[in-house]
Design a protein around this ligand. Structure first.
Ligand code: SAM
Length: 191
């Protein structure tokens, strides 16, 4: 066998979780690659909510979805993922984050530790049991290591009865290679 590369593995987790008709979230739409991937997984009866704080990313995502003919099942929102509860009222089956900056754009708009953790807290409340949040953590840029550490601290502190937390990482690669954190909700949180 061949070990799946980090991005492939993130997709495998999503593919194995998401079913036709599900409601899912792309927390960092960027150029819309993951939004399109999710749109294909949920089918025309499902719903994808994609967030980004940059107009450029929203435009790129919308045109990618339109080109593929799947825009009707998607809502692309120009707002931070930490606001997810204001936009999504249905139970969520899966969410994906790609932390860092938009490839090809200025590097000064990056995901931030406090808003990333706020979004995770909110999504975990709305996630169905059996649902999954997948984060691809890029941390080579300025501020990236701080965000990586905040997310790891938060993920490691989650109660194991409610959330199973996985880290998937190649530990002998150079130059700050990305890795995956997956949060699987296995039980509802106590009220
Ligand atoms: C690594 S890129 C995402 C790449 C994307 N998944 C793709 O397929 O192209 C990270 C994105 O997160 C966005 N971002 C930064 N802070 C955000 C926030 N609070 N809420 C939502 N998106 C945010 C950035 O604008 C950037 O487009």
């Amino acid at each position: 066998m061949r070990l799946e590369r980090v991005l492939q593995y993130a997709k495998t987790l999503l593919r194995d979780t998401v079913e036709i008709g599900d409601t899912v979230v792309d927390a960092t739409a960027g150029n819309g690659h993951d939004t399109l991937f999710l749109a294909e997984l949920v089918g025309d009866t499902g719903r994808v909510y994609a967030f980004d704080v940059q107009q450029q990313a929203v435009d790129a995502t919308m045109s990618r979805l339109a080109e593929a003919g799947v825009q009707a099942r998607c809502e692309v929102i120009l707002d931070g993922h930490e606001q997810v509860a204001n936009y999504v009222s249905k139970p969520i089956k899966a969410a994906v984050f790609n932390l860092g900056y938009l490839p090809g754009a200025a590097h000064d708009v990056i995901t931030k530790p406090s808003t990333t953790v706020a979004a995770l807290e909110s999504l975990l409340q709305q996630l169905v049991v059996g649902g999954m949040i997948v984060l691809v953590i890029y941390y080579g840029h300025e501020g990236g290591k701080e965000e990586r550490d905040r997310v790891l601290d938060y993920a490691a502190s989650l109660p194991q009865k409610q959330v199973h937390v996985l880290r998937y990482e190649f530990i002998n690669q150079q130059n700050d290679p990305p890795f995956v954190i997956a949060l699987e909700k296995v039980k509802e949180f106590p009220k």
